[in-house]
Write a protein that binds this ligand. Sequence first.
Ligand code: UD1
Length: 430
Amino acid sequence: MGVKLRETESPSEMGKIIVSGGKPLNGEVEISPSKNGILPVIAASLLAEGPTSIPVIPNLTDVDTICEVISSLGVKVNRQPPGLAISGGQVNSVEPPYELVRKMRASILVMGPLLARQGRAVISLPGGCAIGSRPIDLHLKGLAAMGARITLGAGKIEARAPTLRGSRIYLDFPSVGATENLMMAASLAQGITYIENAALEPEIVNLADFINDMGGRVEGAGTNVIRITGVRELHGVVRSVIPDRIEAGTYMVAAAATGGSITLKNVRPEHLQSIIFKLRETGTEIQEEGEGSLRVTGSSSLQPVHLKTMPYPGFPTDMQPQFVALLSRAGGTSIVIETIFENRYLHVNELVRMGARIKTEGRTAIVDGVPALTGTRVRATDLRAGAALVIAALSATGDTEISGSEHVDRGYENLVDKLIGLGAAIKREP
Ligand code: UD1
């Protein structure tokens, strides 16, 4: 079962973001609901007999894609800005089209719900990926332990299980997606499932809260053993998702990199601890300002730091590129170790083109801070690499043209408008 599900990074619409750097960010920014929180919740709506509604959703292309995926399975999705309503009930296909699955790896999250509801799921195996191969063996091993028969062939994985049975599952690595998929499948299985060495991410707790509101019985989410007692039926629910901790972290780093001072609204500081600690080490000041609000003030002399990406509550891999951009202007040498993905330094070459002094060796990046970055033409290769380039461009002298802005639109709602609101000189070009 050494299957790898990979997403291609060749969206059809190409766009550019142009930034005139050197302006400190100032003002207030509202953080959107979490992308990684909402994707599994929309997949989980397939488990419900009745309608599900999410009062506020982030306007992102990844959210569009997961909505298209579940629509392709026969569920009705109604956009009701700022929210979303999903019909629930009838599912009449078990195979989302390849064209959708190839756009986004998180499409695999419909596998657990489909198997639990329909007894069968067929998912294509797309090719090509920007941040390294990303296997799904842990998802499949867990589903097999619950009684699913997994077959591979013709570029597809098929899982079949007339009945899913509760089981004891040990994850070799605390995979976020595998924990979510198995939690969803187990909530309609017969008996009790234990997921050991489960992921601890806040998005896991968010999904467990959703399932429990739907009438499910998930205990221990947020710890490394999750216990799920299967129920016969789940009902629809109205519930909001948590704020996006990676979007929040990205604006915090942007404030630090430009020497600005901004206030973030709608944040959960408890989800941001590793980011807050590392930013403080760079000399950045961070203060809580009432509930759900953080003030971030950049320092005129950025200090180098050492950091290593780890599963939550460790430092998130999804913030590594943005930090590399920040540290490229620190007064000294930083060492960054990426332990989650094997090829997540695609932003480094682009930063070097802007004058950064960074060397990578396997999973390690050695970042020698330089006094200034210089604007030029660069290319975003994936979502967080794009965010790193925007941060570098905001702090650089001169103009930067970032192509591949469609990657950024997968995960940052209204990025350009939010940055304009903070005083940045930034615009889009088709
Ligand atoms: C989720 C996030 C992504 C984040 C990542 C790690 C979503 C939609 N995406 O992705 O933004 O970067 O967590 O925090 O929530 N692995 C296996 N076998 C598996 C599954 C994973 O070996 O069956 C490995 C992966 O190759 C990777 C590591 O585990 O090296 C982490 O992957 P995982 O936690 O599953 O990430 P995703 O759920 O894909």
